[in-house]
Design a protein around this ligand. Structure first.
Ligand SMILES: O=C(O)CCC(=O)C(=O)O
Ligand SMILES: [Fe+2]
Length: 335
């Protein structure tokens, strides 16, 4: 029997400042990693440690706020699914996730209520007791958006398409979202230790920063779960369902989950989701014949239908993860 792989591939972005051969090497590594695993470590991305440390300091400051401050920006008050979710407020596959988090997304004026996914546009709930918070978060959004767009161009090239294939989808009102997440420790006997349950990300691309040294992330590979302890200075990058859609399944959105850290510890992470405008539909790539032969089609799961229109896919995920917000603000969309 083949042994399960022990880790994810590492893809080094500094190859892009090399010669043509180095750039081709980068693209081949990017394509292979996302075809085989849907996940990889990205090094050489150029975002300094001091900036990453500042982000984690900001996350720590937020989670250290008194509950009354956190509750004042609670997601339950936000029809757009922005703000703070306390422990027990979020569900994956019908089971409670043991994490607290704040969701912050790009802010655009509303374009109306129909189709229903347009309801996701709107304001964030900013914690006003932290004066630097907004600036740090918006800086991070800007850096990750630039990185995300650069990666999208590399994917397009690696799949035999023009570099700007995806640019239009991200040019106007990109729906970027980031979460500051804190997973508290659980004792060994805790029945499930579900930090976040097994799921695929509904969007295009996720740039995940994990607190140095903190394990817990697991990525599905065949019938196995691969442990993914963080690699120093690297992002964990994965693709979401819309990239699977765009490539007819040649690139895979992969199930992943987080196991709670040991009792007496905690784990912070900051996933950044790079997504197009709510109303945009991902272009489908005409793959070269050798790649098309390895494209099995988009996953056909009646419990999780993948739409190519980002807003539809995102709304599905939001209603499922936050049933209390859905029931309060969108009763017409849930039964
Ligand atoms: O916290 C992590 O390491 C992963 C979180 C995640 O997969 C998600 O929020 O979609
Ligand atoms: Fe995820």
């Amino acid at each position: 029997m083949p042994q399960p792989p022990t880790g994810l591939p590492i893809v080094d972005m500094s190859l892009l400042s090399g010669d043509d051969d180095a750039r081709t090497e980068f693209r081949t590594a990017l394509r292979r990693a996302t075809h085989e695993f849907g996940f990889f470590f990205l090094t050489g991305h150029g975002i300094d440690r001091s900036i990453r440390d500042r982000l984690f300091d900001t996350a720590r400051d937020f989670f250290a706020l008194p509950d009354t401050h956190k509750f004042s920006v609670e997601m339950l008050a936000s029809p757009q699914f922005r703000g703070y979710t306390r422990f027990g407020g979020e569900y994956t596959q019908g089971a409670v996730d043991w994490r607290e988090q704040i969701d912050l997304a790009a802010e655009y004026p509303s374009l109306g209520d129909e189709p229903p996914y347009l309801r996701l546009d709107g304001p964030n709930l900013w914690p006003l007791s932290l004066p630097d918070f907004r600036g740090v978060i918006q800086d991070w959004q800007g850096r990750c958006s630039a990185l995300g767009l650069e990666l999208m161009r590399e994917w397009a090239l690696s799949l035999g398409a023009p570099a700007d294939l995806f640019d239009a989808a991200f040019a106007d009102r990109p729906s970027t979202l980031l979460k500051l997440v804190r997973y508290p420790g659980q004792d060994d006997d805790a029945a499930a230790r579900q930090g976040v349950g097994a799921h695929k990300d509904p969007g295009v691309l996720t740039l995940l920063l994990v607190e140095p040294g903190k394990g817990g992330l697991q990525v599905a590979h065949g019938d196995d779960w691969i442990d993914v302890p963080p690699v120093e200075d690297a992002f964990v990058v994965n693709i979401g369902e819309l990239m699977e859609y765009a490539t007819d399944g040649y690139l895979k959105a992969t199930l992943h989950r987080v196991q709670s850290p040991p009792e007496g510890t905690e784990r912070l992470s900051v996933p950044f989701f790079f997504n197009p405008a709510l109303s945009s539909t991902m272009p489908r790539i005409e793959l070269p014949a050798d790649l098309a032969a390895q494209a099995p089609g988009v996953t056909d799961d009646p419990d999780n239908v993948i739409s190519g229109t980002f807003g539809e896919n995102m709304l599905k995920a939001r209603l499922r993860a936050h049933p209390d917000v859905a029931a309060r603000h969108h009763p017409d969309l849930v039964d």
